[in-house]
Design a protein. Structure first.
Length: 128
């Protein structure tokens, strides 16, 4: 994905930024006080709960843990770990950051990842 975007930029210099929409589940964690998140934050809390409880972990924690692992670039199942280079469907975000960090001096665009916590879909009703 990012390789194609970079090649496209070499042809067209109009690309300034690539924005990838991800999920807030990869970074949020439960806390009694408000938290400001940055690109350094990961949802380690959900990972720990799923490691401890396994299948008995609450479904929202399993979902958040899967999003966190996908974005970090690793998926662990039992004793097996897949890196971003072997599981491209899961690790788009990690691959994007890896590519951008390796080539940022050569490309004319920057990379932004948005992690919305809620997405609403508006419905437009036909009026008669």
């Amino acid at each position: 994905m990012c390789t194609q975007a970079a090649d496209g930029h070499r042809i067209s210099h109009s690309v300034k930024r690539i924005v990838i929409t991800s999920s807030g589940a990869a970074i949020i964690r439960e806390s009694p006080t408000p938290i400001t998140f940055s690109e350094l934050d990961w949802n380690e809390q959900s990972l720990e709960i799923v490691r401890e409880k396994g299948r008995e972990a609450p479904n929202p924690m399993k979902y958040r843990a899967s999003k966190t692992l996908a974005e970090k670039g690793t998926v662990t199942a039992g004793l097996y770990t897949c890196s971003s280079r072997t599981n491209t469907h899961v690790n788009t975000i990690a691959a994007a950051w890896e590519f951008w960090n390796e080539h940022k001096a050569d490309v004319g665009w920057d990379l932004t990842i948005l992690n919305p916590t809620y997405v609403s879909r508006f419905f437009f009703l036909r009026s008669y």
